[in-house]
Design a protein. Sequence first.
Length: 176
Amino acid sequence: MIRPEARARILRFREAILGAIIAGLGLWWAIGSLGLIKWMGVALALLGAAIAWQGLMRARIRVGTGGVGVVQIDERQVIYLAPAHIPGGGGFSSLDQVQDITIARDFAGLPVWRFRTGAEMLTIPTTAEGSEALFDALTVLPGIDIAAAIRAVNAASDKAGPDRTVIWSRKVINLH
């Protein structure tokens, strides 16, 4: 009954829609009630607004599908599982050891995440299954701008932005 494009758009914004519904219910309680229910409505409206905001941030991420491999996040470890015939064949990277993170294009012009830890580089296609979890995992890094990361992934996906964008790098302290 619903066009596939409309269904995909609704699913993309489902968290934001749910947050808006919760916020609306909270506002209705806050405006139309007295006493404890009024304050519960205020709290529910704030919770709904936070869910809607988070949902909008997630909806801004244009994650493609059909990429090679699977991304898993396990206690500050980024794990990329890929078939053996893929160059690099997957790998892992600890967020505690990462020196910089870039969004770049591979040899085919497709956008990839690059996590550099010393001489090692973990390359993950942005279309790999589970790659959207990287945005949540990266929030633990000090000073990271998630909105800039979202813009870089979207620009690389559109082939409109630069070939390489550094979205985070560890500050080096020189003791000399």
